[in-house]
Design a protein around this ligand. Structure first.
Ligand code: HDD
Length: 760
């Protein structure tokens, strides 16, 4: 039930931060139910393997399965062994000539252990190095069956999937909430082979041709001399490149918008970016763009919040995703398609469908839902799954084909190529997480890390020695056929089509589609990033680019930089806004949102209990924050468990804060350093400075604040006007909660941000 789900969320969140909550268990760790203070010594069986990890599926050239050894998976049997299966009696001491003597070279266990350790790391991905992933299932509605024969899109077809999210620029150990694009890569293990949809959380890309990818990435990565800054675009080389290379303007504007700092992976949209070609059973084709729409709504952080989180909890997004799945609050996205006729021009309403810096507004081509993705299991092992998964836009199934988008063409080369370095050879398709669920009968042989034991003598075609096996699949048997698209008659050129030269109309459309608050965020982001740039010329050049997008944007950023605002070269393009591009102005579900309740021994615990329960009943997560850990009201028979202390709580973790006031007026509440109940200290004099800090941050980040009884004292101590929008102090805790939840539906109290009137 929802309530159980949420209670699990609470426990998980609590455990994750407190390092093993009240019960001392570590969630998701089999066998840790009753940890004792000493290491257990009774042998016990390791946890059961996941179905897809029980051993390699090896197929012969003729399609016969090779008998896999029964214990192909590691961790079989209760005893510690070497990699060769030799049982070990000791792994804590090197073999020595006497306790104080020299270590002996003949210690084969020491050498194997250190040799393996020395090679534990593999090269990180050159981009998208840091990721977080989960398993799930995709269920098709069948609505795409009119445009594609892909079996996994047929009505009610269920397909296992693995989804990896990732910031682009940072190293594996970088922080989660940096300003960046996020990867959104989904592997569908369909009955017809693997289909990978390797998208991003933004619908456009920096470049129109893959040959520029090394350029944009070299510019975005840390400077080659000092290797700083880590995981961000706020530096000279990035802005040098994007200001000279104006086709990047659209994507850069998305990065500077709230889309660059998602609240959670669960609240991001995803996009296939390129136009793909779908093929139906009769061979008819259509062009499509793929969209992922999060059920939880689209929601972002504020910049200061994101920066704080990078220090307070660098694993914020990773933790959030894992906690939610662990708790059974499974994140969901609807997959949708925009469908366009496959005309020879490959344009729609004048928009070039082969240009990956362009979108098609949803108002012109609605996104039609075709299925539901649910993430329902965390990886068991980060390295084996999240790190070793290999995506590739060329992993296609019958019914889905690529187009001639020149960015996609280069990707079709790159993703295979990079795995050779990253995963150490050409056999990465045999790694469990990459294995297709369809039968494999290829004629690929040998190579580093070959785990299949191929039989037969004829890994070539045509052959007679293996009986002609394997055979070709015709259309009836699901053989993949590329669409015979007509190639325009033209000479070989290194050139882009004329339509690719429009670099500013869609950036302007994006800008005009944002609400005033969102525009202010864009201005602040440009001002911040360019403020980190040393070269004056780069700032000025970027202002010239911004002048082509919008004069107000340009003027405001120029003002922040203390520079004159240039004028555009000519009239700005006339474009219609696309309201679907804004993240605001809609109401979203509040499920899974986190509400902090600040309380101490003098708080009215009756109300705390009732409010906590009401939060749980609403599918949200209540976390009680108190001066110290343990419980409040220990003697009351119904103590309230404390999940955060003033030392471990920081405002950025909560979507809203409630202040549990003291029932008797005139007494100090909230974090008096002397936490003894009813000490009669004068109100405000002993307020713990961490409480007003928490309140003022939450206020600045436009989070709803509520309280009851004498809660106004703490608010006043934090310098917060209790009459400000989204600040509610009332007698009834339940009434306050109701209003706070209503405000959470719009994510934040946006009214707190003054915006320029001339923006409307
Ligand atoms: Fe890429 C990884 C998404 C253009 C070359 N890319 C990678 C990942 C995502 C994307 C989500 C991480 C996959 C994972 O989780 O393992 N990339 C995109 C999108 C693009 C794009 C949406 C444009 C529409 N990429 C792009 C180009 C090139 C690459 C133009 C090269 C010419 N991308 C790579 C890569 C990576 C990669 C070097 C690094 C690790 C990997 O592939 O497996 O091949």
């Amino acid at each position: 039930s929802m309530k159980e789900t949420v209670e699990k969320v609470v426990d998980t969140v609590v455990d994750a931060v407190s390092g093993g909550g009240p019960s001392g268990t570590i969630p998701g760790r089999p066998g840790s139910e009753s940890p004792s203070l000493d290491e257990p010594t009774e042998p016990r069986e390791p946890p059961a393997p996941k179905p897809d990890q029980s051993g390699p599926e090896a197929f012969t050239a003729t399609g016969r399965a090779v008998d896999a050894p029964p214990t192909a998976r590691a961790q079989a049997g209760p005893y510690l062994t070497t990699a060769q299966g030799l049982r070990l009696a000791d792994t804590d001491h090197s073999l020595k000539a006497g306790p104080r003597g020299p270590v002996l070279l003949q210690d084969h266990h020491l050498r194997e252990k250190i040799m393996h350790f020395d090679h534990e790391r593999i090269p990180e991905r050159v981009v998208h190095a840091r990721g977080a992933a989960a398993h799930g299932v995709f269920r098709a509605y069948g609505t795409a069956a009119t445009v594609t024969k892909a079996a996994f899109l047929a009505k009610d077809a269920e397909t296992p999937i693995f989804l990896r999210f990732s910031p682009v620029l940072g190293s594996r150990g970088s922080a989660d909430t940096v300003r960046d694009t996020r990867g959104f890569a989904t592997k569908f293990y369909t009955a017809e082979g693997v289909f990978d949809l390797v998208g991003n959380n933004m619908p456009v890309f920096f470049i129109q041709d893959a040959i520029k990818f090394p350029d944009v990435i070299h510019a975005g990565k840390p400077h080659p001399d000092r290797e700083i800054p880590q995981a961000q675009s706020a530096h000279d080389t990035f802005w040098d490149f994007v200001s000279l290379h104006t086709e990047a303007t659209h994507h850069t504007l998305w990065n500077m918008s709230d889309r660059g700092i998602p609240r959670s992976y669960r609240t991001m949209e995803g996009f296939g970016v390129h136009t793909f070609r779908l093929v139906d059973a009769a061979g008819a084709t259509s062009l499509v763009k793929f969209h992922w729409k999060p059920k939880a709504g689209v929601h972002s952080l504020l910049w200061e919040e994101a920066q704080l989180i990078n220090g307070v909890d660098p694993d914020f997004h990773r933790r959030d995703l894992a906690d939610a799945i662990e708790a059974g609050a499974y994140p969901q996205w609807e997959l949708g398609i925009q469908v366009f006729p496959d005309t020879p021009e490959q344009t729609f309403e004048g928009i070039d469908l082969l240009d990956p810096t362009k979108i098609v507004p949803e108002e012109l081509a609605p996104v039609q839902p075709i299925g539901l993705l649910t993430l329902n299991a965390n990886p068991v092992n980060y390295f084996a799954e999240t790190e070793q998964v290999a995506f590739h836009p060329g992993h296609l199934v019958p019914g889905i084909d690529v187009t001639d988008d020149p960015l996609l063409a280069g990707r079709l080369f790159s993703y295979l190529d990079t795995q050779i370095t990253r995963l150490g050879g050409p056999n990465f398709a045999q790694i469990p997480i990459n294995r297709t669920h369809a039968p494999v009968n290829d004629m690929l042989r040998d190579g580093f890390h070959q785990t299949a034991v191929h039989s037969g003598v004829a890994p070539y075609k045509p052959n007679s020695l293996d009986g002609g096996c394997p055979f070709f699949a015709g259309q009836q048997e699901g053989g993949y056929r590329e669409t015979p698209v007509r190639v325009p008659a033209a000479g070989k050129v290194r050139e882009a089509p004329a339509s690719f030269a429009d670099h500013f109309s869609q950036p302007r459309q994006f800008w005009l589609s944002l609400t005033p608050v969102e525009r202010e965020h864009v201005i602040a982001a440009y001002t911040f990033e360019l403020g980190k740039v040393y070269e004056q010329a780069i700032k000025e050049r970027t202002l010239r680019v911004l002048a082509e997008v919008d004069p107000y944007l340009c003027e405001q950023v120029a003002q922040g930089l203390g520079l004159p605002a240039p004028k555009p070269a000519g009239p700005l393009p006339a474009v219609e806004p696309s309201p679907a591009l804004s993240q605001l102005g809609r109401t979203w579900p509040t499920t899974g949102r986190i509400i902090g309740i600040v309380a101490d021994e003098r708080s009215d615990l009756e109300t705390v209990r009732a409010v906590r329960q009401a939060i749980l009943d609403g599918g949200m997560v209540p976390l009680v924050i108190a001066p110290a850990g343990g419980t409040l009201g220990a003697g009351s028979g119904d103590p309230v468990t404390v999940q955060r202390t003033f030392a471990t709580a920081r405002s950025v973790e909560f979507d809203a804060l409630l202040l549990a006031g003291a029932p008797a007026p005139g007494k100090d509440a909230y974090g008096a350093r002397d936490a003894k109940a009813g000490n009669g200290a004068p109100a405000g004099a002993l307020i713990d400075p961490r409480v007003p800090l928490m309140l003022s941050e939450a206020f600045r980040h436009a989070k709803p604040l509520g309280g009851w009884a004498d809660a106004d004292q703490a608010l006043t101590a934090a310098g917060i006007d209790t009459a400000a929008p989204g600040v509610l102090v009332a007698g009834s805790g339940e009434a306050v909660l109701e209003e706070v939840v209503r405000l959470l539906g719009q994510h934040r109290v946006w009214e707190r941000f003054p915006t320029a009137a001339d923006l409307v």
